[in-house]
Design a protein around this ligand. Structure first.
Ligand SMILES: [Zn+2]
Ligand SMILES: [Zn+2]
Length: 220
């Protein structure tokens, strides 16, 4: 029957669109069967994001943000307007970054950036759904105070933003960065989820938690 808690059996798919001068991995995720999905971190270059949406043949039901830096959130307000969807995330500790995006844009010489107020702030333990697939929210401060990680337990997959990279970790020399907090977020919240967890990060190639736990020079 019409069970709202039923999980789709089809797979969640992902595609990366490299955006902004910072080469940020804007990520499209969508359900293979329904072709409904979300845009994660539309930092800018909306024409390329819209082209990728068209190419994948999907319809977007929401925008997700991992944190408030310009390369991740700089195009979110404009895309929300264009698509008529809501923005979920990050944690509200990034409000100061999201309200300063226009200023960040001027500082870095990036045009068309607008400040963002999400429709929903996320906190540790919250759940976000994309086309019926559930993501658990982990608040992972350090790179920014409001960074969140989206975890799909069923598909063993995480969207980690700039918390963790393949062979590296997020920078903590920006305002509001906290190196100790970042290391603790990764070691106490992410790695316990399992070595088999695949991740897409904000910059560079995707990876898996196991190899990072064993050989990432910032974490061993
Ligand atoms: Zn960042
Ligand atoms: Zn970034």
């Amino acid at each position: 029957m019409n069970d709202p808690t039923a999980k789709p059996d089809s797979l969640l798919k992902a595609a990366i669109v490299r955006v902004t001068p910072f080469e940020q991995n804007c990520t499209l995720i969508w359900d293979e069967a329904s072709k409904v999905g979300a845009v994660v971190d539309p930092g800018g270059d909306l024409d390329r994001i819209e082209q990728a949406i068209k190419q994948a043949g999907i319809s977007i039901e929401k925008i997700l943000l991992t944190h408030g830096h310009i390369d991740h959130a700089g195009g979110a307000e404009e895309l929300r307007d264009k698509l008529g969807v809501k923005i979920e995330g990050p944690h509200k500790n990034d409000i100061i970054l999201l309200e300063g995006l226009e200023k960040q844009g001027k500082h870095y010489g990036v045009e068309g950036v607008r400040n963002v107020t999400p429709d929903r702030w996320l906190a540790e333990g919250d759940r976000v759904t994309v086309a019926g697939h559930t993501f658990e929210i982990f608040h992972c401060p350090g790179h920014s105070p409001g960074s969140v990680v989206y975890f799909d337990r069923k598909q063993r997959f995480a969207l980690v933003g700039d918390v963790l990279f393949r062979g590296s970790i997020g920078r903590t020399d920006f305002p509001y960065g906290d190196h100790e907090a970042l290391i603790s977020s990764i070691k106490t919240k992410l790695f316990p989820l399992g070595d088999d967890i695949a991740f897409i990060c904000g910059h560079g190639p995707p990876g898996q938690f196991g190899p990072e736990r064993l050989s990432n020079p910032f974490l061993v």
